[in-house]
Design a protein around this ligand. Structure first.
Ligand code: FEO
Length: 402
């Protein structure tokens, strides 16, 4: 068996047995700059439970880590909190290797796993919110958290340890040899948690708010998510951050996003940015072909106001501008205000198409599209600059800044 790597003891008899994926960069389209981890946990008591698994093809590493701590035949339960393949993709290998294990999951998870695998020969136990499995001195208590972020998503809580296995919630795509939040730079962890929330969880803010209400009923000292580091020193910080992110709480921040063809829309974007950045707000300027969708989605999460620009190409917006807005349509960043801008030549279309998308997001539209024909004149650039100042004033007002 592969020797245990980056092992970590959470508590006596509770160990991390997952896999650190330093090399992944494309996580189904999410740009994971820092790689990720697939966290699985082994709870050894009178009975032994494996909580969650890892992504294929890392079954050998997971099973090697488990085997370094106990005989595989002594694992009584495998808890599946989430059926997505980065955590359950090796469940067939796991159930084959652990001959005495019963798979514990809610009905939706069992149904999903039955679509991925032939589960007919597996011992299974369906659980619902409030159900418990006693391991001896410790208990596993289950809490369904539907649509955070799949229908079958579930928390497993260990009341005797005040420890929450929170599955994807509160996670980060962050590969590190360290396992705990107090061993790494907190601002980096929170930054990666924010990117994770924006790109994976943002569409489900209402469900997150319900889940936070459930979590508030639990005494929680430790939060052990299925990606990234474990929150043992700063669980309050990540719970508070999720409260803000669940409502897309706006900060005093202006986001300018654009694509440009021959520089005209780019010059307009810079003028809007220059107007905003002199007004005591954070101003962010992103060219859609110079950064990735993941970063752009992360920046919109806590922006109050947004100017989105595109040049006109074939009477439409440019393709990567469209990709961003399509991504945002699914992510549903809410409660923003903004406007469209861009250039055109002999036929209009770019800014108008952006304007329609911003309306479709349900945002407050602050003005008609700001346009330039071929090149922005000094008068148009002055108008852009003033529009940037207006965005900043609005952002401060929305954020409640004094
Ligand atoms: Fe990390 Fe939703 O899987």
């Amino acid at each position: 068996m592969t020797p245990i790597s980056n092992a970590a003891k959470l508590k006596d008899g509770i160990d991390w047995v997952g896999f650190v994926d330093w090399n992944v960069r494309d996580f189904h389209g999410y740009t994971a700059h820092r790689g990720t981890t697939y966290n699985a946990y082994l709870v050894r008591d009178e009975k032994t439970a494996l909580v969650d698994a890892v992504k294929a093809p890392y079954a050998d590493e997971l099973l090697g880590n488990v085997a370094a701590l106990t005989e595989l035949s002594r694992v009584d339960y495998v808890v599946s909190n989430h059926a997505e393949p980065d955590h359950a993709g090796v469940m067939d290998r796991v159930m084959e290797a652990l001959p005495n294990a019963t798979l514990v999951a809610n009905a939706k998870c069992l149904e999903a796993l039955g679509r991925y695998f032939d589960t007919s020969g597996w011992k299974t136990r369906a659980v619902e919110t409030g159900d418990c499995v006693s391991l001896g001195r410790r208990t596993l208590r289950f809490v369904n958290t539907p649509m955070v972020h799949w229908p079958e998503s579930m928390f497993t809580y260990v009341p005797e340890e005040k420890l929450l296995f929170s599955m994807d919630a509160f996670g980060q795509h962050y590969a590190t040899s360290q396992r705990f939040d107090d061993e790494v730079d907190l601002s980096t962890v929170l930054s990666e948690a924010k990117a994770y929330y924006a790109n994976i969880v943002m569409p489900y803010g209402k469900q997150v708010a319900k889940t936070l209400a459930l979590a508030a009923e639990l005494e929680i000292d430790w939060i052990a998510p299925s990606h990234g580091v474990i929150w043992r020193r700063h669980p309050g910080e990540i719970l508070k951050a999720y409260g803000d992110w669940s409502v897309c709480r706006p900060g005093p921040k202006v986001l300018v996003v654009y694509d440009t063809m021959w520089g005209s829309t780019g010059r307009m974007a810079e003028a809007i940015y220059e107007g905003a950045s002199g007004e005591e707000v954070e101003a962010v300027l992103l060219h859609v072909r110079r950064c990735d969708l993941t970063r752009i989605a992360t920046e919109v999460l806590d922006a109050a106001t947004v100017a989105f620009g595109s040049a006109t190409l074939n009477r439409e917006m440019m393709p990567m501008a469209s990709a961003v807005l399509t991504y945002w349509k699914g992510l549903r960043p809410s409660g923003k205000a903004g406007f469209a801008f861009g250039s055109y030549g002999w036929g209009r279309g770019g800014p108008e198409a952006v304007h329609a998308c911003l309306e479709g997001l349900g945002w407050e539209i602050l003005r008609e599209p700001l346009r330039a024909r071929y090149r922005p004149s000094p008068e148009v650039l002055d108008e852009c600059c003033e529009a940037g100042r207006m965005l900043a004033r609005k952002a401060r007002e929305m954020a409640g800044a004094t």
